[in-house]
Design a protein around this ligand. Sequence first.
Ligand SMILES: [Zn+2]
Length: 117
Amino acid sequence: MPLTKKQLTELKELLLQEKANLMGIKWNPETDAGFGGDLVDQSTGLTEQELRLELAEHDRERLLEVEEALKRHDEGTYGICLESGEEIPYARLKAVPTAKYTIQCQEMLERRRFIRD
Ligand SMILES: [Zn+2]
């Protein structure tokens, strides 16, 4: 079953929330643009660009994953497995909103990577 509009919105909010968390700012879905717009730290006035420079490498990598997922939202490909083209179940996305693959494909890819290494 394809994701409903409501589920998509919910998952996008999870991603925006995580993005804000990673950047160390509070995100308020009621007042902040967030959707498409740049985040700004309301308390310090720091822009997204400035906040990004302060991030540790680990957080920066995670942020990239979150942003890729948001991009897939905008392109309308969110929730589709990049390997098999199948729909990723809502329950999986709810647990891992940045998931790019179904569990089956994820496991297969990890095994392949393991063998290659
Ligand atoms: Zn798949």
